[in-house]
Write a protein that binds this ligand. Structure first.
Ligand SMILES: NC(=O)C1=CN([C@@H]2O[C@H](COP(=O)(O)OP(=O)(O)OC[C@H]3O[C@@H](n4cnc5c(N)ncnc54)[C@H](O)[C@@H]3O)[C@@H](O)[C@H]2O)C=CC1
Length: 476
């Protein structure tokens, strides 16, 4: 399915293509004869440079033949074109991987928020094949069409199965939420709290897709920065939204959102969760609003018995951009043993100066053995920090992160010219990567656990207040 209104890659990522012939015939989890995947991959590669035309044709075909589907998509489709082709490419790359059927079922579950019905899947498949056929005049043949048909039927079957399972379990297609508070920090980051009137199952580290009443059909993923049980019926969800230049939803969420506005939320998704129990030492590294998923993971770690050794490193583009300072102050006041550093660039310094300070600090550490690192933030920041950690000796499996895959830019382009003009045009979070091999799955939080006793095993960098931390940082 092409993610009607779906604007994040998890909505769209498994939208087309899918498990190979054997999976279609044998049911979820079947084996893969390589031919369908190979044929489909080669066929997609041939239209890559005409991707812009392919996706426009696809949507025109879909809406011409099935006009009832048009309202499921955003009014302005430009963004959707790029996302659709990115998603299509991503799924095709994953064909034959063992995790794909389960991923597709999660995707089908998530698509319930759009109001997608079982009957819509064949319509999407027919338009997809029509668009590919139209743009491969010299190479399209009967075996290619048959491979696409089988692949698509299989993916649709898995998605529909996931949707049916969620419905049978009584899960709503989406959660209606009401904004209860909105705070804008440094004209850049909004902290939004929204209440839902029914249980919202989630785990620290997960994200939810969000739609605002003023932008129907525009869904974006935001990490859950916390879910508070207000009373028996009400849960309050916290989101941290950084303004994305030219972004649709982030602008509305930062600038015009007010208490009382209505949001809709998809189910909590993603598996870059807290490290497993028994992890002796955890370093939490956040850049900008990458703090959002780190906050509940930290909260969960602090509840553990015995508490692991915890170090926090938060990076921001300026002192005013530490938007959660009050929370952090409180945390450090109550837990003087907690090691926390804040890194930011001075006025006039380049954007990456703060990251460079953090990197100098990480380079000096010698205690990576047995350490688990949770890393989140801008794609470039995550990439560079991950490379640094590996060079310090951290094994890849000890890093939990939400990476933006290196190939994201390549996948995101919808026209030949764009690929050359702006080789790094894709900026949105890649939720699909969260369920890839880089993400590690941890246990649910233990909300009943008591707070940890002050630890004596704190490292040498135990600093009680951000101001002191910043002073120390500057000196380093
Ligand atoms: N779960 C997830 O994967 C989440 C990911 N994010 C991502 O984190 C980002 C946060 O954006 P903002 O808050 O606007 O952060 P920002 O643009 O203000 O950057 C924060 C800090 O990161 C460092 N940084 C930024 N780009 C860098 C680069 N290319 N190389 C080295 N250091 C760099 C800078 O030192 C900067 O001070 C967004 O891209 C968002 O998609 C945010 C929340 C959750």
């Amino acid at each position: 399915m092409c993610g009607p209104g779906g604007n994040h890659m998890d909505d769209d990522s498994a939208a087309f293509g899918g498990p190979p012939r054997a999976a279609a015939e044998d049911g979820p989890g079947g084996g893969e004869p390589p031919d369908d995947a190979e044929v489909v991959r080669a066929s997609l590669e041939r239209v890559r440079r005409r991707a812009g035309h392919v996706v426009r044709y696809f949507f025109a075909h879909l809406f011409r033949h099935h006009p009832h589907l048009r309202p499921l998509f955003p009014a302005v489709m430009d963004d959707q074109y790029e996302r659709m082709f990115t998603a299509l490419t991503q799924v095709v790359e994953q064909l034959g991987r063992p995790g794909l059927p389960a991923r597709l079922e999660r995707l089908g579950r998530d698509h319930r928020k759009f109001g997608v019905a079982d009957a819509d899947y064949p319509a999407v498949g027919a338009s997809l094949v029509a668009a590919l056929r139209r743009h491969s005049p010299a190479t399209w043949d009967a075996p290619t069409e048959a491979a696409w048909q089988r692949t698509y039927r299989s993916i649709a079957a898995h998605m529909a199965a996931g949707a049916r399972r969620a419905a049978a379990a009584g899960e709503p297609g989406c959660w209606e939420a009401t904004v209860v508070s909105h705070r804008l920090h440094g004209d850049h980051t909004a902290v939004i709290r929204a209440a839902v009137r029914r249980p919202y199952p989630w785990l620290p580290g997960q994200y939810a897709t969000v739609e605002h009443q003023d932008l129907p059909g525009v869904w974006r993923p935001y990490s859950l920065a916390g879910v508070t049980v207000a009373d028996e019926r009400e849960r309050v969800l916290e989101f941290h939204v950084g303004r994305v230049p030219g972004g649709l939803l982030s602008g509305v969420l930062c600038d015009t959102t007010r208490p009382g506005h209505r949001l809709r939320l998809g189910p909590a998704s993603g598996s870059a969760l807290a490290p497993p129990p028994g992890t002796p030492g955890v370093t939490l590294i956040a850049g900008g609003t990458g703090w959002a998923p780190v906050k509940p993971v930290l909260d969960e770690l602090l509840r553990r018995r015995p508490a692991p050794r915890i170090r926090v490193d938060a990076v921001a583009r300026g002192e005013a951009h530490f938007y959660d300072g009050a929370f952090l102050d409180g945390l450090l006041r109550d837990r003087p043993w907690l090691s926390a550093y804040w890194w930011y660039q001075e006025q006039g310094e380049g954007l990456i100066r703060a990251a460079e300070r953090l990197h100098e600090h990480l380079r000096r550490r010698r205690d990576w053995a047995g350490e688990t690192v949770y890393l989140c933030g801008p794609g470039g920041f995550v990439q560079e920090t991950a490379e640094l950690l590996f060079s310090c000796g951290l094994p890849p499996e000890a890093l939990i992160r939400d990476p933006q895959p290196a190939s994201a830019a390549r996948r995101g382009h919808v026209s030949h010219a764009e690929a050359f003009l702006d080789p790094s045009a894709v900026h949105w979070i890649d939720p699909d990567a969260r369920i890839g091999p880089d993400a590690r799955i941890g246990p649910p939080a233990d909300p009943g656990a008591a707070p940890p006793a002050p630890a004596t095993a704190a490292g040498p960098s135990c600093l009680p207040r951000p101001a002191e931390v910043r002073g120390r940082t500057r000196a380093s």
